[in-house]
Design a protein around this ligand. Structure first.
Ligand code: DX5
Ligand code: ZN
Length: 222
């Protein structure tokens, strides 16, 4: 499978959100990455249900909702109703992760689990079979525009190995500090979904940046 691109609207212009969503609609992007932060799990607050509902109204691509919140079970139904196609919860925020994952699937959404930079892939050994996606955080969650953490490559190697042993076809998403300088290497290491915020929206032509990310790594496969 060719890798997917999920631009993160955290880096979009919130005063022109409809314009930026329409730009993504017309681009080579596959999903729209939606970052939800609660000021508790991470030291920042992003936006809530009304904004996700408004985004969904204009989005022609699936919403990939990344929940950086404590006790996400409280809000999964609301995010489904707001338009989430996939929901990713944090391993570190879910004491009853198996139950949370089942609930996401019961709601008819793709179920993902995110790992913070300090959380080893090995902890997913007994849940991997239930998951549609694993999100490897390549920065500490909470803010866009941070520096990429190099240990991500090792974690991608670990999740790729676990996936080929126990869950072929798993989406392996990488999130944080992804840009043209590391995209090809990330795909080579096992990522098949690239999230990109600033490297898309802080450029003069975001749609060109998306196309370039989409092409990254594809060449090295030939
Ligand atoms: C960080 C978020 C990311 C963020 C990525 O906590 O989960 O999705 O938007 O932004 P960049 O690509 O700018 O690092
Ligand atoms: Zn994210």
């Amino acid at each position: 499978m060719n890798h997917l691109i999920a631009p993160s609207i955290l880096a979009a212009d919130f005063a022109n959100l409809q314009r930026d969503i329409e730009l993504i609609n017309k681009s080579d992007a596959d999903w729209i990455h939606v970052d939800i932060m609660d000021g508790m799990f991470v030291p920042n607050i992003s936006f809530g249900f009304p904004v996700v509902t408004a985004v969904k109204k204009h989005a022609a691509k699936p919403l990939d909702v990344h929940l950086m919140i404590v006790d996400p079970d409280r809000y999964l139904k609301n995010f489904k109703e707001a338009g989430a196609a996939g929901m990713t919860v944090h391993y570190e925020a879910c004491p009853n992760l198996h139950r949370t994952v089942q609930y996401i699937k019961e709601l008819g959404c793709r179920a993902g689990v995110a790992l913070n930079p300090h959380t080893p892939v090995a902890l997913l050994e007994d849940i991997i079979g239930e998951l549609d996606m694993v999100l490897i955080m390549s920065v500490n969650p909470g803010f866009g525009g941070q520096k990429f953490i190099e240990n991500t490559y090792k974690k991608l190697k670990d999740i790729k190995e676990l996936s080929s042993r126990k869950k072929p076809g798993l989406y392996i998403e990488v999130d944080g500090g992804v840009d043209g300088s590391n995209a090809a290497k990330l795909v080579e290491a096992g990522a098949n979904v690239l999230v990109a915020g600033n490297s898309v929206f802080s450029t003069p032509d975001p749609s060109v940046a998306i196309t370039n990310l989409k092409k990254s790594g594809a060449l090295s496969l030939s």
